[in-house]
Design a protein around this ligand. Sequence first.
Ligand SMILES: O=C(O)c1cccc(C(=O)CC[C@H]2O[C@@H](n3cnc4c(=O)[nH]cnc43)[C@H](O)[C@@H]2O)c1
Length: 236
Amino acid sequence: MATAVPAERDAVARAFPGPGRELAVPGATLHRIPRNGSPQVYDLLAAGVGPARAAAATAAALTAAALDGAPCHLVVSAGIAGGFAPHAPVGSLVLADEITAADLGAETADGFLPVTALGFGTVSHRPPAGLVRAAAAATGARTGTVLTGSTVTGTAARAAELRTRHPGALAEAMEGFGVAEAAAAHGVPVLELRAVSNPVGPRDRSAWRIDDALAALTDAFGKLATVLESWNPYDQ
Ligand SMILES: O=C(O)c1cccc(C(=O)CC[C@H]2O[C@@H](n3cnc4c(=O)[nH]cnc43)[C@H](O)[C@@H]2O)c1
């Protein structure tokens, strides 16, 4: 599970009985939590803020696990996010059915072109649909696109532009696409679960509800655990 900052990682960790232990691998520090009655473990990672840092740390953790002979079966990008009103209000949970890079491309006189239109790479990853359905049913999360950007939206105009380009977008954060790129490079499926701490739009720090969002994240992971543990990776 890859969060951006330690406060998010600790919110996820509180959902599990623990205790965990710190494990340093080249390029990342993991917080390893045993799974009840199973030789398998949960590795929690505070990967850093932004898609590049998140991709680098997630890739390091995945490589370390593979070299250790215990490859990861699933990567979960998790944390707080901005929610597009009225679709994802503050305090709600959003599970990505699509993880999309919102600003990877080129600006032209005729508008934004995604990098795929330039003939490169990818701009979206799709988590396994069955797992998204089961996880949403267990947690009560709304499902939709979660956008990844390197810049937090700060105006109503930018929020409207993003919704016009991505009508299915429910939330905006800064790491999911980076985590998903690392997972894809390792052939590992990915989920993104976000708790909405603020509306996407005009900057208003007094409107942030970070503690409420972190509590919602803990609650969600408490409900998600049985879904993750019963999920068969061959049931995409
Ligand atoms: O200074 C600001 O105006 C501002 C507004 C919202 C969020 C921030 C952050 O520094 C948090 C970045 C951190 O949290 C995630 N996050 C939370 N809300 C949003 C958002 O509205 N848009 C994008 N990212 C958000 C993000 O994944 C980072 O990890 C500052």
